[in-house]
Design a protein around this ligand. Structure first.
Ligand code: NAD
Length: 358
């Protein structure tokens, strides 16, 4: 099969890590008989430098006509003084909107070889954890009306943000979560604040109704404050967490941080069609850009997610994930995941070790 991939290397370490990921895809393609055709486009700070704006219609059109998008990271101090409507990060929002990406999928798992990086005590972690946070991406308070008004009781000006969720929006993200749980440990935890919020009461009712379509998957509900606590108290209890945009923003960062290795974690943003946007969770790391020391693993694992979720190539995805795990088990480390004594590999050396294992 031939797959068209729009590639946004972006800013900072973006070009270094995406190059390694593209080489991994090429090798997987050669091994399994697929052709991955890359088309590089600009977005973020590098697009501001060339086009004056972070996201052009040309980039949007190429991403829309591709089978999927691979992105490094955008942003950096060079563009910090740019007016907020034209900041590099606006490219991400524009792409999500244009591509109709309503679900953000972030796995957070602990690799046994990196257990030392986990900030939680070993006796709590036990056998480790393997969580996926499925965050709704296009609704909630972020997309409600934002406005100011005079308070009724003489307390001065008030800032107001409307929080909204429709049944349709909750149903489609809930189905994504249940389908994902079906091929994992068959457990969904829906996180809301239904003791306070009307949007959350509708969320809980809707998720409960959708659960009837998936009798093989266990559904639990949890208030967001408790979920934040349980993630550090006993992360092993979770399989798939499904939640709204605001709670998901916070919980997905928390879930990532308990792994202790920001350079390791991939993510996917997906919509109704098979097309998705795949990127590491970390940013453009301007402090280490151009030094050849960034960890390429999060980007390489993002490619595995692309193969699995957009192209239905599970064996190929498994092969990449096993190659990464073997490299770690063999003791190969970039600087961010080295804890003493190991030989430190460069970005390209780590990419090469992973490719040798494919
Ligand atoms: P960051 O994730 O770029 O960096 C945080 C720390 O983690 C830094 O010390 C960095 O060196 C380290 N780090 C990150 N990725 C690494 C990797 N692959 N290997 C080794 N070390 C790694 O976060 P930040 O410093 O807050 O943001 C820098 C820029 O990135 C900002 O302009 C921000 O807006 C942007 N950003 C972009 C995205 C994105 O494109 N999706 C996401 C987050 C931040």
């Amino acid at each position: 099969m031939r797959y068209q991939i729009a590639v946004i290397k972006g800013d900072g370490i973006g070009p270094e890590i995406v190059t390694e990921a593209m080489l991994v895809l090429e090798k997987v393609g050669a091994k399994f008989g697929h052709e991955f055709v890359f088309q590089e486009v600009l977005a973020g700070g590098c697009s501001i430098d060339v086009n004056g704006i972070p996201l052009t219609q040309e980039t949007i059109d190429i991403c829309k006509s591709a089978d999927s998008v691979l992105l490094g990271a955008v942003g950096g101090p060079k563009w910090d003084s740019v007016e907020s409507a034209k900041r590099p990060e606006k490219a991400l929002l524009g792409l999500r909107e244009s591509l109709g990406l309503f679900a953000n999928i972030r796995p957070a798992m602990m690799y046994k070889a990196l257990a030392g990086a986990c900030p939680i005590k070993p006796e709590i972690i036990g056998d480790g954890f393997d969580i996926v946070v499925c965050r709704e991406l296009t609704g909630d308070v972020y997309f409600g009306k934002h406005y100011r008004k005079e308070s009724d009781c003489g307390w001065g000006e008030m800032g107001c943000d409307d929080m909204n969720y429709s049944v349709y929006e909750v149903e489609r993200i809930a189905r994504r979560a249940f389908e994902m749980a079906r091929v994992r440990s068959k457990k969904v935890t829906s996180v809301d604040k239904s003791n306070v919020l009307e949007t959350s009461r509708l969320w809980r009712e809707t998720v409960t109704r959708v659960a009837q379509e998936y009798p093989d998957v266990e559904l639990g509900h949890m208030y967001v404050d408790n979920a934040a606590m349980q993630l550090v108290r006993n992360p092993g209890q979770f399989d798939v967490i499904v939640t709204g945009n605001l709670f998901g923003d916070i919980l997905s960062d928390e879930a990532s941080m308990i792994t202790g290795s920001i350079g390791m974690l991939p993510s996917a943003s997906i919509g109704e069609t098979g097309r998705g946007m795949y990127e590491p969770i970390h940013g453009s790391a301007p402090d280490i850009a151009g030094k050849g020391i960034a960890n390429p693993i999060a980007t390489i694992l993002s490619c595995a997610m692309m193969l699995r979720y957009s192209f239905g190539l599970s064996d190929e995805a498994d092969t990449i994930e096993s190659a990464v795990e073997k490299a770690l088990n063999d003791g190969h480390r970039t600087a961010d995941i080295a804890y003493g004594g190991e030989k430190i590999l460069s970005t390209s050396e780590m990419g090469e070790k992973i490719r040798e294992n494919l």
